[in-house]
Write a protein that binds this ligand. Structure first.
Ligand SMILES: [Zn+2]
Length: 426
């Protein structure tokens, strides 16, 4: 009887385990799970449209939300390629007062967006105000910009946003050394595991905000975060050529956002636990599938910053390494098989010089593909490179396989003369 009870208990436990697992797993998407959204508006400075900034603050007040303003303290106004020009305009007191009042109301969170937003490498394909400069120069720029904004607006500045999201390890150290606590760029930059700063990169634009919220709802793990980046030029009233929405449509978007019961619009500094480890995990989650064609990438969440637990579940679902191995393995085999057939057919009508050419063309193709990938001086287009290398490797396998097969056949076709066994021909 006792044995039966024990067996029944064990059976119950075994039956319950999958349900317990399902309960834990679905807990990630429980109804009380919230999506946090940070609004980040870059570039306000001495030369930007104060009327637009006033209207934005009014919209934030109307919807009771806060926005992180990435302000340029000394806006450079000279020609981008003139390295001697020092034409910099400090944020004027009137505008500083507008921002100060809004910051005291809790509508604005003040962030330092560079020093003058001037590229020290204007001819580079990726402009940068900080990346590439030495540590001391970067620290001086951050400290001077931060001190100016704090004095001008009268608030503590703890957030740094590098212009063009371009930064390096010196920028991270200089920002931390200057008292910065939150570092916000995009998902491309390096993460310093020794840094104690929070890393909150922008994850989407205004036009993809609804898509990002939908993605965050289905994303695994707790605490999905969205950082929406926008600029004055996103508004058709400011820039009819680049604008993506009218100001009324923006207000409509804010209304929609604040109507979502599971969405909270919060200031950047209210979000704890977004360390460099979490940033690096998200970056890695997005990097591996980039080596695959878009349709084969599996579930990815490029518009959302997932929690470490969310990344772990996403990697488990995505199986990126398996996908990469299977895709490039199949590609190599396919090219190898096609090359084998084509070369086998060609060899039937080919002279010896032709087969030598085929033997050498495979390695030459591999060398050419590597040279092509690196011809711009950096390791770009990884997917392009891996596809080319896999194709070239398949070509080598197919070509050499066909040549080897032909050699084996021709060896077999040699007549078995008696003198091979020690008899003299008569
Ligand atoms: Zn900017």
């Amino acid at each position: 009887m006792i044995g039966c009870t024990r067996t029944a208990s064990l059976g119950c436990v075994i039956l319950l385990v999958p349900f317990l697992f399902l309960t834990v797993a679905s807990g990630a998407n429980a109804p009380d799970r919230q999506v946090r959204v940070v609004l980040r508006y870059d570039d306000p400075s001495a030369i930007t449209d104060t009327e637009m900034e006033t209207k934005l603050i009014g919209a934030f007040r109307e919807h009771a939300v806060a926005c992180t303003f990435g302000i340029v303290p000394f806006r450079y106004v000279g020609p981008p390629t003139d390295t001697r020009s020092q034409e910099e305009l400090p944020l004027p007191p009137k505008k500083a007062e507008l921002f100060a009042v809004a910051a005291r109301e809790g509508l604005l969170e003040i962030a330092l967006h560079g020093y003058s937003h001037r590229a020290h490498n204007p001819l580079s394909p990726r402009p940068s105000e900080f990346a590439g400069l030495d540590y001391a120069e970067q620290r001086q720029k951050i400290q001077r910009g931060k001190a100016f904004l704090e004095a001008d607006i009268g608030v503590e500045v703890k957030i740094f946003i590098p212009p063009w999201s371009a930064y390096d390890s010196n920028t991270i150290k200089a920002a931390e050394e200057s008292g910065i606590e939150y570092f916000s760029a995009d998902m491309r930059g390096p993460a310093d595991s020794s840094s104690s700063m929070a890393f909150l990169p922008c994850t989407c634009s205004l036009t993809r905000l609804k898509e990002a919220v939908a993605s965050a709802r289905t994303a695994p793990g707790p605490d999905p975060i969205i950082v929406v980046l926008f600029h004055a030029y996103d508004f058709l009233e400011s820039d009819p050529a680049r604008g993506v929405m009218t100001f009324d449509q923006f207000k409509e978007t804010l209304r929609w956002l604040t109507d979502q019961p599971d969405v909270r619009v919060v200031p950047m500094r209210s979000i704890p636990g977004v360390d460099s480890h979490r940033y690096a995990l998200n970056q890695r989650l997005l990097t591996t599938p980039r080596h695959l064609p878009r349709r084969l990438r599996g579930p990815v969440y490029p518009l959302v910053l997932l929690s470490p637990e969310g990344v772990r579940i996403a990697v488990h679902r995505q199986k990126p390494v398996v996908r990469v191995i299977v895709f490039y393995g199949v590609l190599t085999l396919f090219v190898g098989f096609a090359s084998f057939l084509a070369v086998s057919l060609a060899l039937a009508r080919m002279a010896l010089s032709g087969s030598k050419f085929l033997l050498l063309s495979g390695p030459a193709l591999v060398a050419a593909s590597i040279a092509w990938t690196f011809h711009e001086g950096y390791f770009g287009g990884r997917m392009r490179m891996i596809m080319t290398a896999a194709g070239a490797a398949g070509y080598c396998i197919g070509t050499w396989g066909a040549l080897l097969r032909q050699k084996c056949r021709s060896d077999k076709d040699v007549p078995d003369y008696p003198f091979r066994h020690g008899h003299s021909p008569s």
